[in-house]
Design a binder for this molecule. Structure first.
Ligand code: PMP
Length: 510
């Protein structure tokens, strides 16, 4: 649980924690009978003394908001009208049936909830958040897409509003096959499976190939949504360190022999969050190792076409001698995430199994949206949109790098990525992302703290900054605020520090 703390505030820390939790309980965000984190764990994750947490919990108990169970922790009390006040949500004062209470005893929540919570804490009207994982919504081709939907409804009528083909609308699969062929992948429409976003692709692959207790190898750091998904399936994660050339493939063999993973999940191109691109030599080595150890690779190329220098190296799937790599793409970053359209490219028996899993999962992706997307792409608008996005985002990337040079104190470090959406910033002085977040929120700027991206979840001196979403003036102003927050943290000594020289390739335990 991330609780924004302001170390400069005259309000004592225990009171800030108590007030935050009190708000969460009264609003219903923490429902009755939810178990609060153990005092030791919360103290550790917030970097405060355990007594601070105990005092906060005691305050909540005195207000009738929590109750203790002998030996098992502190729980949210059912809200009485006296404590809910006029803002209580409908049903918040109910005592839930036992089966619902049992659900509440699971305290695990996706790490991405923390991101939502932190965004909510950024409540200034002029706040600038670099936390998002998408491009600039002002580029969304709304008029073109509206025309495409209208044309499709006129052209296809009822077919557009019926259940679609399981594997996806055939002409769209043919179009996707053409798009990935341009990336060097030899794919036919029958190798394409349209998914409801690539998050569904990831989920289908993980549920098909992994059982609880299995190990998956992931980059460390990696995409937070993948960590959440694997965790939800009780899959254990082993992290492969990342350096400037992407996953350190020479560390892989040792992990393959020790952990016997059942899947390698990787983003070789403009990795999320580090922006690194795996070198071609490492790509070949990775495929070779996966073949020798009989481990499937899931390649997540979520932003492969967003390049600001030369085109990205060939994807792993293009180097695959056959059936080793499942390739995953999405229209979320290159076009619009609200389409909820992504795709898998798979050859061999795995394709049919994924198709069956897709059927079980959601029957099919939206027929109307697939048809509209296909119409939009075929008239050449997609390529034009991509060119525009690359031009704009490349300029914004440079603006952010320049602003970081200007406003961040010495010791801050980053590499300007050749594509994608993110700059991965190493904070100076061992300052952690989590410690910086509340001070930065006070300055009116947000980001995704590095902690979210490490399978081990420990404090990390990193933050992920999205450079694509905002126009240059806002980037400049946001980075100026960020610089101020960093300087303030360093000069007041506030915030938790990461001791020692921890690199972003620190390997978490599985
Ligand atoms: N992979 C990566 C690396 C991502 O960043 C995201 C979105 N944040 C996804 C997959 C899933 O995106 P979508 O479901 O919108 O395609």
């Amino acid at each position: 649980m991330l609780i924004p703390l302001d170390h400069r505030s005259p309000l004592p820390l225990y009171r800030q924690i108590q007030d935050f939790l009190s708000g969460e309980i009264r609003s219903g965000a923490l429902p009755a009978h939810t178990r609060l984190p153990a005092t030791r764990n919360l103290a550790q994750s917030l970097g405060v003394n355990r007594l601070t947490i105990t005092t906060a919990y005691e305050g909540l108990a005195a207000d009738g908001l929590v109750y203790g169970r002998q030996g098992s922790g502190t729980y949210v009390a059912p809200l009485s009208e006296a404590v809910t006040g006029p803002t209580a949500p409908v049903g918040a004062s109910q005592d839930w049936p036992l089966w619902q209470q049992e659900l509440l005893s699971h305290t695990w929540l996706p790490a991405q909830y923390e991101l939502d919570r932190m965004s909510a804490a950024l409540d200034r009207p002029d706040a600038i958040s670099f936390a998002a994982g998408m491009g600039d919504s002002s580029l969304f081709p709304i008029d073109d897409f509206r025309r495409a939907v209208t044309d499709i409804l006129r052209r296809d009528g009822r077919a557009a509003l019926s259940y679609g083909e399981r594997a996806g609308f055939a002409p769209l699969r043919a179009t996707i096959a053409r798009i990935v062929t341009e990336r060097g992948i030899r794919a036919l429409p029958q190798h394409i499976l349209v998914t409801s976003g690539s998050q569904q692709g990831l989920s289908l692959v993980a549920r098909l190939l992994l059982r609880p207790g299995d190990v998956a190898l992931v980059e460390s750091p990696t995409y937070a949504g993948a960590i959440d998904l694997f965790r939800s399936l009780d899959v254990r994660l082993a992290g492969v360190p990342v350096d400037a050339q992407g996953m350190q493939v020479d560390r892989l063999e040792a992990l393959l022999t020790t952990h016997h993973p059942r899947l390698i999940y990787t983003m070789p191109t403009y990795q999320n969050p580090t922006g690194t691109c795996l070198s071609t030599a490492r790509r070949r080595q990775l495929i070779d190792l996966a073949g020798r150890y009989n481990v499937p690779i899931l390649e997540d190329e979520f932003a492969g076409d967003l390049h600001y220098e030369d085109a990205a190296p060939l994807p792993l799937a293009a180097l695959d001698p056959g059936g080793r790599v499942i390739y995953m793409g999405t229209f979320s970053k290159m076009l619009m995430p609200g389409l909820r359209l992504g795709f898998l490219v798979a050859v061999g028996p795995v394709y049919e199994r994924l198709l069956a899993a897709k059927r079980v999962d959601d029957l099919s992706s939206s027929s109307l949206i697939q048809r509209a997307l296909e119409a939009y792409i075929t008239v050449g608008r997609y390529q034009a949109h991509l060119r525009r996005a690359c031009q704009l985002y490349g300029h914004r990337r440079d603006t952010m790098a320049e602003a970081l040079r200007r406003y961040l104190p010495a010791g801050a470090d980053w590499t300007t990525p050749a594509g994608g959406l993110f700059i991965w910033l190493r904070l100076p002085g061992g300052l952690t992302g989590q410690a910086l977040a509340p001070v930065a929120a006070g300055e009116g700027v947000g980001f995704a703290p590095g902690e979210l991206f490490f399978p081990g979840g420990r404090s990390q001196p990193y933050v992920r900054l999205n450079f694509a979403e905002h126009p240059p003036e806002r980037i400049e102003e946001g980075v100026r605020r960020l610089g101020r927050a960093v300087v303030r943290c360093l000069s007041t000594g506030s915030g938790e520090r990461q001791s020692g020289d921890v690199l972003h390739n620190e390997m978490p335990a599985i």
